[in-house]
Design a protein around this ligand. Structure first.
Ligand SMILES: Nc1ncnc2c1ncn2[C@@H]1O[C@H](COP(=O)(O)OP(=O)(O)OP(=O)(O)O)[C@@H](O)[C@H]1O
Ligand SMILES: [Mg+2]
Length: 231
């Protein structure tokens, strides 16, 4: 579904990614782990052409999307749940969802389904998003990604700052996406939570992939996990 092949990415003249390659199959959940500043967010931003990719290739759903306009990449069916959530603060929950609606060749998710996933949201539908808690905002951000009918969802630290119940809901959504054959690329600071829902895992450091393998191998091998991700 997604193939990132040997990309070198920059912010201005500063190189941040050095030959990163990542593949995500249809219906696969892939975790991307690594310390602060490793380049995880930049990898997601590179997929969306929000960082400058100077060499290498990115394809999605059989199509070359390298350096395509961001709105066209989104329209092809890539959903994004950014680390800062990016909802429209002065618009209501309902309007935030309505304007995220998009048709792609992938499964469409309705507002009703989002309210079934995040039951708290239904009662907040007329509330302006600036008056939501962090966890409620995250529910809106994830719902916006679903309503855009994605074939792949990029999650950037979705459980950061959330109560255990909301973290549980987020992990449940990721499992549900997998059941529906939607692909997921999951950046997480919480390696144990990420490994629990992932099929495969990549670890990056200083702009490079330093390990990739089956998530089950890291779940089993405490010493390897300790060395790679410190827990
Ligand atoms: N807009 C920017 N301009 C210049 N440098 C940037 C910019 N954004 C990030 N960087 C730098 O790029 C490197 C990778 O940052 P990135 O945000 O991708 O890391 P990360 O792995 O997501 O870290 P974290 O876990 O802290 O979110 C860091 O050295 C960071 O300082
Ligand atoms: Mg980041």
């Amino acid at each position: 579904m997604l193939s990132i092949s040997d990309i070198h990415a920059f912010y201005g003249e500063t190189q941040v990614l050095f030959g990163v390659s990542i593949d995500v199959a249809q219906g696969e959940v892939v975790a991307l782990l690594g310390p602060n500043g490793a380049g995880k967010t930049t990898t997601l931003r590179s997929i969306l052409n929000l960082a400058s990719v100077r060499s290498g290739r990115i394809s999605f759903d059989g199509r070359n999307i390298t350096q395509q306009p961001t709105h066209e990449i989104a329209r092809a069916g890539i959903g994004w749940v950014p680390d800062d959530r990016r909802v429209f603060p002065t618009l209501t929950v309902e309007t935030n969802l309505a304007i995220a609606k998009k048709r792609t060749r992938f499964r469409a998710w309705s507002e009703r389904e989002c309210f079934e996933i995040f039951t708290a949201l239904e009662y907040l539908r007329w509330r302006e998003c600036e008056n939501l808690s962090g966890g409620e905002m995250q529910m809106v951000a994830i719902s916006r990604a679903l309503i855009g009918s994605p074939g792949l969802v990029l999650f950037d630290e979705p459980s950061q700052g959330l109560a255990p119940k909301v973290v549980h809901d987020v992990l449940r959504v990721i499992r549900r996406l997998k059941d529906e054959r939607v692909s997921v690329l999951l950046v997480e600071q919480n390696p144990l939570a990420a490994l629990g829902v992932s099929d495969r895992v990549y670890v990056m450091d200083k702009g490079r992939i330093v390990y990739h393998g089956e998530a089950a191998a890291l779940r089993r091998d405490g010493a390897l996990r300790q060395r790679l991700v410190g827990v």
